[in-house]
Design a binder for this molecule. Structure first.
Ligand code: SF4
Length: 294
């Protein structure tokens, strides 16, 4: 029996970030019709799925190409109305298209996860411009402040590229500054890698792989400390989690997720897979939590 389902809401991307090949290979944004998405969501819930992730390269621009006034927040509102206990997740969100309405809708819809994956990629505004991301460091930080004002317990994750062509050591400091200011729950960090046919592949790239690796290692060290601190704050709390699968060794036979998407390891009967249960968080690391049944 499936627990997690992925539901594509749109295909393609219009953004042409200068390092990314997706718009060339997947074409322009095409949103699926809302009635088809909602019918599929109802079927997934009826078949017992408990964790539904709405997928698109940039879900925040959902609906713009349909010209009917529907937007991504509308999809969350409508899926939230489906009867039953399940979690609505989504990815990926582009910061330039994340709106107050999106966060207010997440806050108002009890099934929407209190989590957003909001890739910032770089902290320096010149680098962001060269990446063609469409926002500055300040705008990104303002967006995070707005998200936290509307959803105080929001879990924030992000993607970062280290060593974009021409990014200097000083510019990289801005990436670290964003990480320290935002205090993401976790990060997906990549060293820049060239994609043939993109504008960034033609940009001068004077820094060596070794220099970029040093920056990467520093970033990981800073982020691991933040993730550890954030996860430690869960210890002793009772949380409702969805048991979503079997553990892979390590002395715990089940895995679960908090509503915010944090990984939880616990022991219990396999029949719990697919159930929402209350657990007590007993321990943590920089990458996850440990819990026992209540
Ligand atoms: Fe589109 Fe994301 Fe690629 Fe940018 S990084 S072009 S938003 S798919």
């Amino acid at each position: 029996r499936g627990v997690k389902a992925w539901l594509p809401v749109m295909y393609g991307c219009n953004n042409f970030c200068s390092y990314c090949i997706v718009p060339y290979v997947r074409g322009r944004e095409r949103s699926r019709r809302p009635e088809n998405i909602l019918a599929e969501a109802r079927e997934l819930v009826a078949s017992g799925y408990k964790d539904i992730t709405l997928l698109g390269q940039n879900v925040n621009s959902y609906g713009k190409d349909l010209g009917t006034g529907v937007d991504f927040a509308y999809l969350i509102e409508e899926i939230n109305k489906i009867e039953g206990e399940f979690v609505i997740r989504f990815m990926t969100s582009h910061p330039k298209d994340a709106t107050r309405r999106l966060f207010e809708t997440m806050a108002a819809c009890e099934k929407a996860a209190n989590h957003i994956h909001l890739p910032f990629q770089a902290g320096n505004s010149r680098v962001l411009k060269a990446m063609n991301r469409g926002y500055t460091k300040e705008q990104y930080l303002d967006l995070i402040a707005m998200a936290r004002e509307i959803i105080p317990d929001i879990v924030l994750t992000s993607d970062v590229i280290v060593g974009f062509p021409g990014e200097t050591d000083e510019e990289f400091e801005d990436t670290l500054d964003v990480i320290r200011k935002v205090r993401f729950d976790s990060l997906f960090t990549f060293i820049y890698s060239k994609r043939k046919g993109t504008p960034a592949a033609e940009m001068p790239d004077p820094f060596t792989r070794e220099e970029k690796q040093k920056r990467f290692d520093r970033l990981i060290e800073i982020q691991n400390a933040i993730s550890s601190e954030k996860h430690a704050q869960y210890v002793g709390k009772t949380m409702r989690v969805l048991v979503d699968g079997e553990g892979e060794g390590g002395g715990y036979n089940l895995t679960a997720r908090t509503k915010g998407g944090r990984l939880v390891h616990l022991n219990g009967d396999k029949s719990l897979i697919g159930s929402f249960i209350d657990v007590e968080i007993t321990g943590s690391t920089n990458w996850g939590l440990f819990a026992k049944l209540k």
